[in-house]
Write a protein that binds this ligand. Structure first.
Ligand code: VGL
Ligand code: ZN
Length: 216
């Protein structure tokens, strides 16, 4: 599908959302996703087939509630209860305007039209790029997509079992036809999180496919 497809083309109503392809989630980063770097060239290739591409960035203040360092006596991967629900505590990562929060230098999608930054409210995490973890505070992405008459969302990126799956579930729940391109994602797999993500995506009607299914 060339990037010049006409408005009549169904691909004009589709968006590729490339989730959190950021330095801290790549090998050597502060919350590295195993094999995360393998996704970046695939993202570059698959994006060629989309007119509409949105990138996302995890973008936390230095004292973010999701950081173990913000809670005395807690260690990364502990879980705590917060007003909006259960929260896994992470190593500090993707702190606003730091090198770790930057998009991968290998990412090459010059026609991406929007970057959604999420997780910027100190007291709420946001795995999903549609709604924060209280499930009610919007990032604005669904309004942006609806204004542009986009009804189909394809997701790739990091991590399958957190930001990709939560975004996919929210997209499907809010009426978008939703696909996850699984070979262009990698998982953290913390304590059964990947199996749970698969179950949650199935329940929400998210379709799991491969990049070859959308590339000519
Ligand atoms: C993510 C954990 C914490 C992700 C972000 O991008 O999947 N995971 N923050
Ligand atoms: Zn985060």
């Amino acid at each position: 599908m060339p990037a010049t497809a006409s408005a009549a083309d169904p691909r004009a109503r589709a968006v590729l959302v490339a989730v959190d392809l950021q330095v801290d989630f790549l090998p050597g980063g502060r919350l590295a996703v195993p094999g995360g770097h393998e996704v970046v060239p695939l993202a570059n290739a698959v994006a060629q087939g989309f007119r509409n591409v949105v990138l996302t960035q995890d973008w936390h203040p230095a004292d973010h509630v999701s950081f173990a360092s913000s809670h005395a006596g807690r260690a990364p991967f502990d879980e705590i209860d917060l007003p909006y629900g259960r929260q896994i505590l992470w190593p500090d990562h993707c702190v606003q305007d730091t090198d770790g929060a930057r998009l991968s230098a290998v990412l090459d999608i010059p026609h991406a039209q929007l970057i959604i930054r999420k997780g910027h409210h100190r007291a709420i995490d946001s795995y999903s790029t549609f709604y924060e973890a209280d499930r009610t505070t919007p990032t604005g992405l669904s309004g942006y997509l609806r204004d542009r008459h986009i009804d189909t969302v394809y997701l790739i990126g990091l991590a399958t079992d957190f930001c990709v799956s939560w975004s996919a579930v929210d997209a499907a729940r809010h009426g978008f036809t939703t696909y996850v391109l699984e070979d262009a994602c990698r998982a953290l797999d913390v304590d059964g999180s990947l199996a749970k993500a698969h179950a949650d995506m199935a329940a929400a009607g998210v379709r799991r496919i491969r990049t070859a299914d959308v590339m000519d």
